[in-house]
Ligand binder design. Sequence first.
Ligand SMILES: NC(=O)c1ccc[n+]([C@@H]2O[C@H](COP(=O)([O-])OP(=O)(O)OC[C@H]3O[C@@H](n4cnc5c(N)ncnc54)[C@H](O)[C@@H]3O)[C@@H](O)[C@H]2O)c1
Length: 312
Amino acid sequence: MRKYLVTGAAGFIGSQLCNRLKREGHWVIGMDNYNDHLYSPTLKHHRVEHFGIDVLNVDLRNEEEMDNLIDGINPTDIIHLAAHAGVRDSFGKEKQYHANNIDGTQNLIDACKRHAPDARIVYASTSCVFAGSELPWTEGKETGKQLNPYGWTKWANECQMQGSGLHTVGLRFFTVYGPWGRPDMALFDFTKNILAEKPITVYNYGDMKRDFTYVEDILDGIECVLNNDVDAGEIFNIGRGAPVQLMDFISEIEKNTGKSAIKLMAPQHPADTLETFSNTSKLETLGYHPTTNIEDGIRNFYKWYMEYNSGR
Ligand SMILES: NC(=O)c1ccc[n+]([C@@H]2O[C@H](COP(=O)([O-])OP(=O)(O)OC[C@H]3O[C@@H](n4cnc5c(N)ncnc54)[C@H](O)[C@@H]3O)[C@@H](O)[C@H]2O)c1
């Protein structure tokens, strides 16, 4: 029997991954430290309650706690999603991001070496590692010129994992969105402000594209890797492969809310790349096929957002 341990399990992606694995009848347990780094832990607790998943309160940065966790569970597979995940937020917080994402990940690696050396670690990286390389972004074409501290901690994670000697597989997620999403990300933030008739900040005067990827497609991609024998050290993109103009994304939110956005046009943010575009042909060889377009994805998010906030 496989034993799945999900780190960052109270998070946007982690909670829905635990729920999916549990529904499929798998043995799964999560860990999270419920921090208030990017948004309130209340939403994290609500996700865990809503999905009825088991999440232990453990901090990646605590070596002893991580040793006890891995020793106690002895997982066959670890899906490592715990991280400080803010692209723009990471500016000026380099030490905090290093401590959490690089040192924390090293604690996980070291605990596995000591207590579960045969476990497979499937870990979250990011499309940010491709910054500066030619579009569409294909594995192996990255330049190592990340534009923000978050991106370089994830790049370091890839190096740490590949150098660990453990069976590790990396997944580069492209802008994930959907129900139970993060309040710090554009879809949640724009929806909230448009409904409240407050301004939204539109960087690079709206001239940006993102390869928005629906959360269920991301879970499909993770499962493609979990359900296949993938060689140690491999890295896969998980994206939609269909970049969307930022202004079209905003129009879609306006359609759902029935309100016009008050747009504060701003220059390019130094953390931002202007376009992301995934080539997912490598993951397609394992059966990956994203199915949710931006119209359906935003509609699903909006429906969840209204239900979640009604009466709160
Ligand atoms: N959402 C996206 O668009 C996106 C894109 C690319 C990569 N990723 C990566 O996917 C992963 C999940 O992202 P998400 O969007 O679900 O973010 P999230 O912030 O909702 O989830 C991350 C979870 O990790 C937990 N965590 C952070 N530091 C921890 C620590 N020291 N100990 C224990 N738990 C800790 C947080 O409390 C949080 O619940 C992250 O690694 C992120 O970098 C996300």
